[in-house]
Design a binder for this molecule. Structure first.
Ligand SMILES: Cc1cc2nc3c(=O)[nH]c(=O)nc-3n(C[C@H](O)[C@H](O)[C@H](O)COP(=O)(O)O)c2cc1C
Length: 204
C-alpha cells in the first residue's frame, strides 16, 4: 500500500480529474490496466461480464466506446436492455472504477465507417468468421478459415468483415471511485449530468 497520500486523496474535484486521466491513459496505452475493462450487461435474470478493449473516449460528451461483432450475445442483451457497466481496476494506482452507462449501438453508419477504415489488418480478423460468435461448434475451432487464421487475406478481402462490425457507445451516467490506501480507503460517486457533475463521498 502507498504511504504518501496523492493530492486527490481528500479532494473530490481532483479525484474527478484523476478518473479522466486514468481513462485517457487506458485508451492510449495498450499495456495500461484501464485498456481492457470488463463490460457488464444483462436482462432481468441474467448478467454477463466480458473483457473488452477500450477504443474511444469523449470527455466532452462523457462517453466511452468499444468495438464488437454485431452477431455477439452482448448485442442481444443490449437490444433488450440498453444499459451497461464498465469495471476498471489498476493495481499500481489502487483504483477501481464502476461506470454505469446508457448504451447506443452503432451499425453501418458514419461512425462505424470511419472506425472500420482505421481498423488494422490484424484487428479485422475478428470480424471475418462466417458463423456467429457464441454458437455451438461440433469441433474445436477459431471460427475462421485457414487462410484467415494464417492472416492470408488482403485488406480488400477483409472488407467483408464490415457487415459484422459495430461500435458500442456508452453514455456515462455515473462513476463510482474506490481508492485503496493503508491509511484509509476513499470511495466517491460522481453523477454526470448534461452540464455539471454531482460529487459525493461514500463510506468505503
Ligand atoms: C484481452 C481481450 C480483449 C477483448 N476485446 C474485445 C472487444 O474489444 N470487443 C468484444 O466484443 N470482445 C472482446 N473480447 C472478447 C470478449 O471478452 C467476449 O469473449 C466476446 O465479446 C463474447 O462475449 P459475449 O458472448 O458476451 O458477446 C476480448 C477478450 C479478451 C480476453
Amino acid at each position: 500500500m502507498q504511504n504518501s497520500k496523492p493530492d486527490y486523496y481528500n479532494n473530490l474535484d481532483k479525484t474527478y480529474i484523476k478518473i479522466w486521466d486514468l481513462l485517457e491513459v487506458g485508451l492510449a496505452k495498450r499495456d495500461a490496466p484501464f485498456h481492457i475493462p470488463i463490460f457488464i450487461s444483462g436482462n432481468d435474470s441474467n448478467f454477463e461480464g466480458r473483457i473488452i478493449v477500450l477504443r474511444g473516449l469523449d470527455k466532452e460528451n462523457k462517453t466511452l466506446s468499444f468495438h464488437s461483432d454485431i452477431r455477439s450475445n452482448k448485442i442481444k442483451f443490449l437490444k433488450s436492455n440498453p444499459k451497461g457497466s464498465f469495471l476498471f481496476y489498476d493495481k499500481e494506482e489502487k483504483v477501481q472504477l464502476r461506470i454505469s452507462c446508457n448504451i447506443k449501438i452503432h451499425y453501418q453508419n458514419d461512425k462505424t465507417k470511419k472506425s472500420w477504415k482505421k481498423t488494422s489488418h490484424m484487428s479485422r480478423q475478428c470480424y471475418l468468421g462466417e458463423v456467429a460468435p457464441g454458437l455451438d461448434s461440433s469441433k474445436p475451432s477459431s471460427g475462421l478459415s485457414d487462410e484467415v487464421d494464417n492472416s492470408k487475406y488482403t485488406i480488400e478481402e477483409s472488407e467483408v468483415g464490415y457487415k459484422n462490425f459495430c461500435i458500442i457507445e456508452a453514455f456515462i451516467l455515473s462513476v463510482e471511485w474506490l481508492y485503496l490506501a493503508a491509511k484509509g480507503h476513499r470511495r466517491a460517486k460522481f453523477f454526470l449530468k448534461n452540464n455539471h457533475v454531482d460529487k459525493k463521498w461514500l463510506i468505503p
